[in-house]
Design a protein around this ligand. Sequence first.
Ligand SMILES: [Zn+2]
Length: 501
Amino acid sequence: MKTALIYSRVSTEEQAEEGKSFETQIKLCKKWAKDNDYQIQETYIDRGKSATTLNRPALQDLLAKCKDDIGIDAILVQDTDRLARNTLDHLTIKAILKKKKINIISVSQPMLDDSPEGNLIDTILASVNAFQSQITGRKVSKVLEEKAKMGWYPGGRPPLGYKNSENPNPTSTLDKRIVVFDPETSPYLKQMFEKYSTNSYSAQKLADWLNSKGVKSVNGGLLSHSTVHNYLSDTFYIGKFLWNDKEYVGKHEKLIDKELFNKVQELLCERNQNASRKRIHNFLLSGFVYCADCKSRFWAEKHTKKNNDTYEHYYCSKCKTGTYTDVGKLEKAVENIFQKIELSKEYTKKIMDSALAMIKDLRENTDIERRKLNIKKTQLEKALKELEDQRFVYKTINDEKYLSISARYEGDIKQIEIDLGRLTVDKSEKIKKLDKLLRLAENIGLAYKEAKPSLKRIYLKMFFEKFEVSKGKIVKYHLSKDIKELIENGSVRVKTTGLPL
Ligand SMILES: [Zn+2]
């Protein structure tokens, strides 16, 4: 039997409302638990608390319990709005609990519970969430963009051969830390370019040479041929740098001249012509492809031929001979299978509705945040005025103190102004992106095709358990448990052409 905790919340206004009492909530949860074979271990109640804050005693107790206890399978709530004020918060809590393999089940809202429907929506929303963390990253970068415009690399560690250092003559807070040569590694990096330009060294040979000289990667490890490859084509060494996909002319010193750099680029290009595309991720289908004959898992490998060409293939680790299949070919075949998956109209609508709810949340939250920022700004402006009075009217503080405090206030006000500007941009960008993603949800095949590798893996996991491969072709596919259920209830359809299930 599975174990569950019940969470129930009533706000002050709701206490009088019928059907919202915690007795009703708990009753519904208990009934659901009984019907679905769950044993209730404990019940948590927040009385007179609103969902706009996660700082609720019972909720905190519950989350603490989940963190320590390993025997809990689910949290039962009557409705998701008991737990969080919006879908995003809900999904966040859900993601936290998921790490502990605990599901949130809202007993009167099958859409967001751990049903196959809920999981598919999560999968689609995963791309929205991924997008949102990008946005958060950009917020930070807006401030750093100013630094980039000044000509100073605003990133973390500069590439090998350089290091961050205190600027002895800073002009503002932005150029307090600047990039300078690292005397220990820069001479070797320079030689690396020179050696490569003679066309008698491969990237691997250079990596070996650098390792033999004790040159460590920025993370302190051994250098690999791909790292060396990246350095060889990095314009940082000729005084430029990339920041947010834009190239800037840097103020840091050039390690090599443009002529040498261009020569190296030509050679890289020649050697690369037949090489396969760069693979940042691991092999996409790892863990999903199996041998149709012996049922063993396929492995993936990258080979470099004598002429430096590389090719990649999947193959059966047992049968080996006759199972080698080109990576691109097999991945394309999987893409084609995704084209066969269709969501029913009703189900697509359900997803659309939950997206609309998210957009509504987003609007409301943006308004709330804007109001909060404006209040903070007003407070700071008031404090600044009082400070001025203290200095110039009442003369209760000295110049030094006045300057240091007012600089801090002014900095905070400037940051709020930046945040306010960003809010509007973020909102419209999020909505645009959400809209686009949902269009893709209408067409899973396209969504898969256009997804980045990491998201492709999420889609793969959602839809498939595995693919069986024989003689370079997918001869059978196994759908995931969730999708099988969705097919049974008519939410999802797989166009059957040829392949047996
Ligand atoms: Zn085999």
